[in-house]
Design a binder for this molecule. Structure first.
Ligand SMILES: Nc1nc2c(ncn2[C@@H]2O[C@H](COP(=O)(O)OP(=O)(O)O)[C@@H](O)[C@H]2O)c(=O)[nH]1
Ligand SMILES: [Mg+2]
Length: 142
């Protein structure tokens, strides 16, 4: 499996995505620091939301194969322009909570990610497991 760094705002669904991906029990736990779980690096939403923490994310991106930017389609939090330029590896987009969002909200989230230059966007629901076949194809090739 590729090594992946999960980034995105508070509550975007990074830790739940990580739990589904690593087949861990799905339970809420606040992420307080950069945390390594096998091939998955989880990060606190505050690191994404506050620019002074970006350097930590940028440095960590040197050690992974891919960065996944997670976006909750039921919120409208802004994606800061240019964030991807400081990252050292490819970035994919992940739209989470697909079963809570309307199709229109999912589409809007997809468009917002592609407007930031993110070409590959996956749509998932980490509680139900919807969309994880495609996630595994991308993160666990062969
Ligand atoms: N229905 C649904 N709820 C989700 C999903 N992802 C996260 N959640 C819920 O959203 C809240 C925040 O999730 P969490 O993974 O902790 O977000 P993080 O701050 O990005 O790590 C929790 O209550 C999760 O149960 C999802 O794909 N579907
Ligand atoms: Mg978390």
């Amino acid at each position: 499996m590729k090594k992946v760094l999960l980034i995105g705002g508070v509550g975007a669904g990074k830790s739940t995505f990580r739990q589904r991906l690593t087949a861990a029990p799905i339970e809420y736990a606040k992420t307080q620091a950069l945390e390594l779980f096998g091939q998955v690096v989880d990060s606190p939403g505050e690191y994404w939301e506050r620019r002074r923490f970006w350097q930590a994310l940028q440095m960590t991106s040197c050690d992974v194969d891919v960065v996944a930017l997670l976006l909750d389609p039921t919120t409208t939090a802004r994606i800061p322009a240019g964030f991807a330029s400081g990252l050292s590896c490819p970035v994919i987009g992940v739209v989470t909570k697909s079963t809570l969002a309307t199709p229109q909200q999912v589409e809007t989230a997809r468009v917002r990610l592609s407007q930031e230059g993110i070409e590959q966007v996956l749509v998932v629901d980490s509680i139900s497991g919807d969309g994880f076949e495609a996630v595994r194809e991308v993160l666990c090739p062969d």
